[in-house]
Design a protein around this ligand. Sequence first.
Ligand SMILES: [Zn+2]
Ligand SMILES: [Zn+2]
Length: 152
Amino acid sequence: MNELIAILEEKFPQLKFTPGRQFSWSPETGEIFFRRGAKSRQAMWSLLHETGHALLGHHSYKADFELLKLELAAWERARQIGQEVDVDIDENHIQDCLDTYRDWLYKRSICPSCGTKCLQQDDFTHYSCFNCRAVWRVSASRFARSYRRQLA
Ligand SMILES: [Zn+2]
Ligand SMILES: [Zn+2]
């Protein structure tokens, strides 16, 4: 892991790698956080993925459907970097990660009152149910996956 970080730092001197509790990209501070001491292959893939977000300059998304596009783009970039630094990313792992996001987005869009699948509202912070008119709030940041809170 440290070796890979050293290679990435040399390759992309504009990037900043900071030890943290989990792998993530912070557009606010411009840092890529990595879990200290992580050694698994999956950890290396995560590092490449977050590096992909950073190189693509991803900021927080607005609409939920944008999130999957950003995730996909970050994995594609990660795959390219992987080829350059000799780390093969397992395609199944990529699909699993994307599925996790799909499930999460799907759950956000289900009405907590009646179970109807709904569309996100224009301000991107709410969903409202066309069936029973329930309204619920969703967090706007993909780095803060809070639980839904029902408003009405
Ligand atoms: Zn991501
Ligand atoms: Zn409903």
